[in-house]
Design a protein around this ligand. Structure first.
Ligand SMILES: Nc1ncnc2c1ncn2[C@@H]1O[C@H](COP(=O)(O)OP(=O)(O)OP(=O)(O)O)[C@@H](O)[C@H]1O
Length: 389
């Protein structure tokens, strides 16, 4: 079993922990926390300083073999520096790391089994995709000295990334998506066990993103470990089964995407017909033991499906109690304009954990009178998640 773990800034909440019975992707079933030799990537206390600037701060990474793992963090979080240390391009200033069981102090021992695309692919613009790959294979000694062997390997990787039909077109004629796929083909030349990609979907249109997504999914299902950095959280949520989230060089979360998402409280969002009823409704719900917030600002976490701007009362409760909450409101003479359930997606979770947006409570605290903060906050979490009766 590979457990998800979360380290949070103090203002973020409700992310830690894995609810009992949370489903695991089958590919990882039965695995246990992995040591330096079992994990595809393992680091302990890994750090990188540039002068006084700390780019990577005591990172303990564990990327299990065979996963498609997303490496996410805001700009300047330390992703590229980490990838560069793993590839032996820069030296760590602290800690240790292992890639495919070999220490990162001796990159030559594992680089032959690692494919990488960092900072986008660079190819000769006047040569075809096939010729570019052939030259790279020759330079890297892939496929042996025989031209036929090299050509066979180049043909295989071109087929793998779906470029066979356009293989003899010049690189300049390729779309951005095709250029990215050629970059991945180059990384695949040595038939690696681990593929490290820095922002492979950067700048691509939705169709290009879909192609890369399908390609990475295929590679991972063939048993290869793929570790890719990305800013596109929707993509990571859709294609990755494992996630490493960092900010300011520090670990925020690593584990299964499902663990992170299922640790987020499900919510029920209610908009009373009369704005004045919002506080009374929040008070009533709070008395049942639920954690409740009021938000005046429609947004991803408080949009209750109402076009106009009305106070939204959010109860941290599972979907199953929605009808109970509606009845409770009705009994108190409060009619609801809308009621819906919401579970935060990876993007919302990420923004909250990295502190890019304030939590609902903070935002409510900034309203003009600020007199009703969280109702029911500080109650037994089991109670607040259990729902009202
Ligand atoms: N060669 C360098 N010299 C000095 N500072 C650097 C150097 N490379 C990176 N940094 C700094 O280290 C921090 C981490 O940068 P890094 O590029 O690793 O982050 P990142 O998560 O990859 O960001 P981005 O997504 O914007 O590329 C940043 O503050 C950056 O300015």
């Amino acid at each position: 079993m590979t457990s998800g773990s979360v380290t949070e800034p103090t203002h973020a909440s409700n992310v830690a922990g894995r609810p009992r019975g949370a489903a695991r992707p089958p590919r990882l079933a039965g695995r246990s926390p992995e040591g330096p030799t079992e994990a595809a990537i393992w680091t302990h206390g890994l750090g990188k300083r540039y002068g006084d600037r700390v780019a990577v701060d005591h990172l303990d990474l564990q990327v299990p073999r065979g996963t498609l793992s997303g490496f996410v963090g805001p700009n300047g979080a330390g992703k590229s520096s980490t990838l560069r240390m793993l590839l032996g391009l820069i030296r760590p200033t602290a800690g240790q790391g292992y890639v495919l069981g070999a220490s990162i102090s001796h990159p030559a021992r594992y680089l032959g089994r690692v494919g990488a695309m960092i900072e986008g692919p660079t190819f000769h613009p006047g040569l075809s995709g096939r010729r570019n790959l052939d030259q790279l294979a020759l330079l890297r000694g892939i496929g042996g000295r025989r031209r036929a062997d090299r050509a066979r390997r180049v043909g295989e990787v071109l087929a793998q990334v779906g470029l066979t039909e356009r293989a003899d077109d010049r690189f300049t004629a390729y779309s951005l998506g095709m250029k990215q796929r050629l970059g991945i083909a180059a990384a695949l030349l040595p038939d690696p066990s681990l593929l490290i990609l820095d922002e492979p979907t950067n700048g691509l249109d939705p169709a290009g993103i879909r192609e890369i997504r399908a390609l990475l999914g295929q590679l991972a299902s063939s048993g290869m470990t793929v570790f890719m950095s990305s800013h596109l959280l929707t993509e990571v949520e859709q294609i990755c089964d494992h996630l490493v989230m960092i900010n300011g060089g520090r670990m925020l979360f690593q584990g299964h995407v499902t663990d992170l998402l299922s640790a987020e409280d499900p919510r029920i969002l209610m908009v009373p017909e009369r704005d004045d009823d919002a506080r009374r409704l929040a008070g009533l719900l709070g008395e049942t033991g639920l954690r409740v917030e009021i938000d005046l600002c429609p947004g991803p976490s408080c949009d209750a499906g109402v076009g106009e701007r009305h106070p939204v009362v959010t109860a941290h409760a599972r979907e199953g109690v929605a009808a109970d909450l509606n009845r409770l409101a009705m009994r108190a003479g409060i009619t609801l304009r809308s009621l819906r359930t919401h579970r935060p997606n990876l993007e919302e979770t990420f923004l909250r954990v990295t502190g890019e947006i304030d939590g609902d409570l903070v935002r409510f605290g900034r309203t003009p009178d600020g007199s009703v903060p969280a109702v029911g906050a500080g109650l037994d979490p089991a109670q607040s998640r259990g729902g009202a009766t």
